[in-house]
Design a binder for this molecule. Structure first.
Ligand code: AHR
Length: 608
């Protein structure tokens, strides 16, 4: 092979090209990056959120206790536990329990209220109830007022099935029962799990896009709903004043990891913060829309307030909230995303109100609009045209696709318009956590770098997945309550981000292109989508023997179709078996339209 390089033809590569997409999906926050060990610390879980939930989810009570709401801690946190004397409550955390390390300290806090002076006894336990720490005593005042109490517990053994026990000696009301490892990332209070945060920081990210993803703009716009679209104001201030929210991915968020913590984390890892806010239209299959101008104005104002929270002086209303949380200096917000995968008419109707208000109040802030790219990478609506008309600075493209798609679309951006908005590839992944997928991502990134004059930023998605709460795969980093696993895709991101060049030089390669693996040679992989152009597909092995033929027009008759369902075919001569996997049965058009599925065929030679 021969590579010719033109030293006089250089294209600059954005110095924030490689960044992060963080979404609270797969329990990425609670039970994940957010270091809180107690699940349902505020007794707010309810069957109204999730069928399997109840106010004592993750708690075991020995004695007499009931969830009450007569004298709540505050309006955002209406439920608490009213416990009789001599009651023990034990929290099981996430996964197999809480992970403790021998000799490490754990910070306990609890809000309590009692009518007579009393004591709480707190300790770490193993799953069988044996102590893993000394028991500490907390003296509770008897004035009937809520007050926050603290204790430090030191683990005297390693454990991965640990528990936290709080025992009353007299009657007491309890709320916000919380336990953090003292050793959070950078030692921050209300902080992040150090091992996960360090893996993320090691990626040397240029930016951090947060908080989603679908959770940004799914649910209801009614502030009293139990499943609300993400409003950043729910997530700042004292943690006990942040409401619990049921999210799109089917579990409750404490919002303990909220906007302040996201900005702080971005700063800690040297990444530019890139928040995404809803613009009054739900996506990801949800249908709520804001059409009332007054209601829309409130969300526009919330967006302006967010910019003030991030960048405003400490004398401003929201800058002072930031300062009260411990960060007087502005966070230096430069970009904001308006909407996540919003391709509806109401998006086009609502977006200008947000963009106009931001441009007027903060002309230097760059605005990221949405792009309607489907799973084949094709733009399927007028979003790009709209972003151009509006003069958006960037457009956020998302696509999840097969390794072959990534290999064969290396030139995607070569022909992109250089005059319009720049590209933010806000979410992409090759659909598996295999080496082959990671290689296809690496190959694709060379095309992105080559187009550094139009692609400013790119982030793999999703970032995190707790192995016991998987909503979506593949993911970049996997974890349980004490271990982390880097995927092959993580290694690709790490390699590219930590070795990013300043410019790419024009080059030509004289060599055979990477071919798809040989299907008949053992295990192979062929991928296509079921767009009309793929009607009448025939797959043949290297020896020319027919592996499989089908007319996709009658798809369902020959294929077993459904979410990740496998179908098996015998070739006419019995020489092969083939397995087709419907990799993602999610239809981007919100219907079961065949043209929106991507199919992968894995063929194994079994005989002949
Ligand atoms: O990354 C997982 C999901 O994929 C995101 O929430 C959404 O934006 C996309 O559809």
């Amino acid at each position: 092979a021969r590579i010719d390089v033109d030293l006089s033809d250089a294209t600059a590569i954005s110095d924030e090209l490689y960044g992060l997409f963080y979404e609270d999906i797969n329990h990425a926050a609670d039970g994940g990056l957010y270091a809180e060990l107690v699940q349902n610390r505020s007794f707010e879980f309810s069957a109204a959120d999730e069928g399997s939930y109840h106010p004592l989810t993750a708690w075991q009570v020995t004695g007499t206790a009931a969830v009450a709401d007569e004298h709540p801690l505050n309006d955002a946190n209406p439920s608490y536990l009213s416990a009789a004397a001599g009651t023990a409550i034990v929290n099981a955390g996430y996964n197999t329990g809480m992970a403790f390390a021998d000799g490490d300290d754990y910070d306990l806090s609890v809000w309590a209220s009692a009518d007579a002076p009393t004591e709480l006894r707190v300790a770490l336990l193993d799953a069988d109830g044996n102590p893993l720490s000394a028991t500490e005593k907390i003296r509770v005042k008897g004035n009937g007022q809520w007050k926050r109490y603290e204790a430090e517990l030191t683990a005297d053994a390693d454990a991965t099935t640990g528990r936290l026990a709080v025992t009353t000696t007299g009657a007491a009301d309890l709320d916000m029962v919380s336990l953090f490892p003292e050793d959070t990332y950078r030692g921050r209070e209300n902080g992040l799990r150090a091992d996960l945060a360090e893996l993320i920081a090691d990626l040397d990210p240029g930016f951090l896009r947060f908080p989603g993803g679908c959770i940004v703009n799914t649910g209801s716009f009614d502030p009293d709903s139990r499943e609300r679209a993400y409003n950043w104001k729910d997530t700042v201030g004292p943690v006990e004043e942040r409401p619990t929210n049921h999210n799109f991915w089917g579990y409750n968020q404490s919002y303990g990891l909220g906007y302040f913590e996201y900005f702080q984390f971005a700063e800690d890892i040297g990444a530019e913060p890139l928040p995404v806010v809803p613009v009054g239209v739900t996506g990801c299959g949800d249908s709520a829309e804001i059409t009332d101008p007054e209601e829309l104005d409130r969300w526009v104002q919330d967006t302006l307030d967010l910019i003030e929270f991030a960048n405003g002086p400490v004398t401003s209303e929201w800058g002072s909230v930031r300062a009260s949380m411990g960060h007087r200096k502005p966070f230096g917000l430069e970009k904001i995303g308006l909407g996540n995968e919003e391709y509806k008419e109401q998006y086009y109707a609502n977006y200008p109100a947000f963009q106009d208000a931001i441009r007027e109040a903060y002309p230097d802030i760059e605005i990221v609009a949405n792009s309607g790219v489907d799973d084949t990478g094709d733009v399927f609506d007028r979003s790009w045209e709209f972003a151009r008309e509006q003069g958006a600075d960037l457009v956020d493209e998302h696509y999840y696709n097969s390794p072959e798609w990534f290999f064969s679309n290396n030139e995607r951006y070569d022909s992109y318009d250089r005059q319009g908005p720049h590209v933010f590839v806000g979410e992409y992944a090759s659909r598996s956590n295999t080496w082959w997928s990671a290689l296809s991502e690496a190959s694709y990134l060379t095309g992105i770098e080559r187009n550094g004059d139009v692609v400013d930023m790119a982030s793999y998605a999703p970032l995190l997945s707790n192995i016991d709460y998987v909503d979506w795969a593949p993911d970049m980093i996997w974890f349980d309550n004490h271990r982390t696993v880097k995927s092959a895709s993580y290694e690709v991101q790490h390699l590219f981000a930590n070795n990013a060049g300043d410019e790419v030089l024009a080059s030509t390669l004289d060599a055979s292109p990477i071919a798809s693996p040989d299907i008949a040679g053992g295990i192979g992989l062929a991928t296509w989508n079921t767009a009309a152009t793929y009607d009448d597909v025939t797959v043949t092995g290297a020896d020319g023997a027919p592996l499989f033929a089908d007319d996709f027009a009658d798809g369902a008759a020959d294929w077993t179709v459904g979410g990740n369902t496998a179908g098996v075919w015998e070739a006419a001569d019995g020489a092969y078996s083939q397995t087709a996997l419907v990799e993602d049965a999610r239809s981007t058009a919100g219907s079961a339209d065949w043209s929106n599925y991507t199919l992968e065929l894995q063929a194994t030679k079994t005989a002949g």
